[in-house]
Write a protein that binds this ligand. Sequence first.
Ligand SMILES: NC(=O)c1ccc[n+]([C@@H]2O[C@H](COP(=O)([O-])OP(=O)(O)OC[C@H]3O[C@@H](n4cnc5c(N)ncnc54)[C@H](OP(=O)(O)O)[C@@H]3O)[C@@H](O)[C@H]2O)c1
Length: 324
Amino acid sequence: MDGLFGLKTMAFEPVGFKGKKILITGATGLVARPLVRAYAENATVYAMARYGRAEDRHAIEGLGAIPIAVDLAHQESLAAVPEDIDYVINCAVSRSGNFDMDFRANADGVGFLMARCRKARAFLHISSTAVYEYRGHAPRKESDPLGDNHRAMFATYSISKIAGERVCMFAARQFGIPTTIARLCVPYGEHGGWPYFHLMMMRNGAPIEVHPERPNYYNLLHVEDCIEKIPRLLAAATPEVTLTNFAGSPRVSIEEWCGYMGELTGLQPHYVDNPSAFGSLCTDLTRMRELVGDTRVDWHGGIRGMIAALAPELLARGTSRSPA
Ligand SMILES: NC(=O)c1ccc[n+]([C@@H]2O[C@H](COP(=O)([O-])OP(=O)(O)OC[C@H]3O[C@@H](n4cnc5c(N)ncnc54)[C@H](OP(=O)(O)O)[C@@H]3O)[C@@H](O)[C@H]2O)c1
């Protein structure tokens, strides 16, 4: 943020969740479930998903949240959403591969959700750095060209996320809802994430496909940083829409995190070049730092904690005495 005389102002203070009504969509998913757990401690959390599996509903109830069954691809099901929600954190995503279904859920659904929650104090739409065009090792800025980045593996993903951002921008202005769009890059933590998939490939001796333009840089974002930054991202919301990358710093490559997991576990990654694999997607974090400050979790400790939580038996086989 530029303040008076071009001076940089302080990052936003977090909004207070205590006693508030928070709607978290995609509540059973990788990104949202730890948020539900964290925020339900002092707020009333409504946890939206379709809940096709009964065990998901029980798990969410066990976290102290109120499950609400909604299919964002079906407008009428939004009647289940209370109209007096204070803050919305929209983490739902449909990855069916069916264009009509995924556009309905990821784009149209954002508009219907915002119309329903138009009285909210702030709305956070979780997007993805997958909206950027491939540009090798260059860190991507919010103003950089968009593209169909993940097409080779997830045909509908990038373009439906781009469409979702535009619907979100329209609805924020149309209904005057203070809104932030945050483009996530590789969320992970003690519940999993992309590095955990890589670890499982290493354990099973499966090849890890990487883009030949190595190393493949990203910015890992630990769940603890997500939990800490989201109330600040909500504080930064405006009806003109605050758009920011949302990622951990510094950049780290697939090759580095797999190499480190190898040190910790004694397992070896086997890379196979594939020009269709996702290439580097590291991000310029200038805007994020101005808005919400730097992230705190060191990726070595984050990766080690992930393995300790999900596959502790593998740690005993490694040689590294790295930071916890
Ligand atoms: N995972 C990553 O590496 C990553 C990277 C960058 C950005 N992101 C972004 O982070 C957000 C969360 O992603 P995630 O990886 O946590 O997703 P996920 O694990 O696949 O979870 C998706 C969630 O959305 C719900 N959902 C799916 N279709 C729905 C529909 N039609 N209506 C209502 N709810 C629906 C699912 O529950 P039900 O199936 O029960 O409905 C589930 O709770 C997304 O915006 C994604 O684009 C993720």
